[in-house]
Design a protein around this ligand. Structure first.
Ligand code: IPE
Ligand code: IPE
Ligand code: MG
Length: 227
């Protein structure tokens, strides 16, 4: 079966998962984080090379501060049990405007990236305070301040200025929670991505659902504009 080289997940529906059970939204995020770990592990087991998980968008800053704080605590906890990842030959990446995070959290992210930089098995990329438009603007600002050679600027050279430098374009985007939109996720990199959505809320998203998405992906006829 043809697997995507790079898969993206829009991990949506944590809040509604909790609401359905009469629980606070932050418990939905906690369950979502557990589902994320299992999902990343399963991608690795299947032999997918790269996966990017959308965990917090630049727009999510608009949420009430107690929810944002609960999410930040979850990210910190996750960073603390990163050791497990190192032993599984996983390379960790963090993409987004990381200036939003505390110095301590940013240090932990950098440490985790450096400690796993030589791992070759599977790239687990977390999109934190990530926005596709923010990423493109950030790239343009750098191009201007660093004085780029316009005649050499092609799509591939531009890609090197994005947070995802070194990662291939995303082949498949899976969104849980029923919405059929990109919500500012990898808008440059998803130019030719296949899109799959499911009504399942992310905390309930497991192996069976991912198998289904991958089976559908394998059946798609990708033409990239050709015949
Ligand atoms: C996705 O779940 C996680 C984040 C956006 C941080 P939501 O929190 O958006 O859950 P719903 O969409 O309200 O159910
Ligand atoms: C998208 O979910 C962002 C993440 C999953 C991190 P949202 O819940 O923020 O998206 P919208 O607001 O429904 O578009
Ligand atoms: Mg949502």
């Amino acid at each position: 079966m043809i697997l995507p080289t790079h898969i993206g997940f829009i991990m949506d529906g944590n809040g509604r998962w909790a609401k359905k059970r009469g629980l606070p939204r932050k418990l939905g995020h906690r369950e979502g984080a557990k589902a994320f770990k299992k999902c990343a592990d399963y991608c690795r087991e299947l032999g997918i090379q790269h996966a990017t998980f959308y965990a917090f968008s630049t727009e999510n800053q608009k949420r009430p501060s107690d929810e944002v704080e609960a999410l930040l605590r979850l990210f910190d906890e996750y960073l603390d049990d990163i050791r497990e990842m190192k032993s599984k030959n996983v390379r960790l990446r963090f993409i987004g405007d990381l200036s939003f995070f505390s110095d301590k959290t940013r240090e932990k992210m950098l440490e985790a990236e450096n400690a796993t930089a030589k791992n070759t098995g599977f790239t687990c990329c977390l999109a934190l305070n990530y926005g596709g438009r923010d990423e493109i603007l950030h790239a343009v600002r750098r191009l201007v301040t660093e004085g780029c050679n316009l005649s050499a600027l092609d799509e591939s050279a531009f890609g090197d200025f994005l947070y995802t430098k070194g990662l291939p374009d995303v082949d498949l985007i899976v969104r849980t929670g029923g919405e059929q939109r990109l919500s500012n996720f990898l808008i440059w990199q998803a130019a030719y991505a296949e899109y799959y959505y499911t009504d399942t809320f992310f905390p309930d998203f497991g192996k069976k659902e991912l198998d289904k998405a991958l089976a559908e992906f394998a059946e798609r006829n990708r033409r990239f504009g050709g015949l």
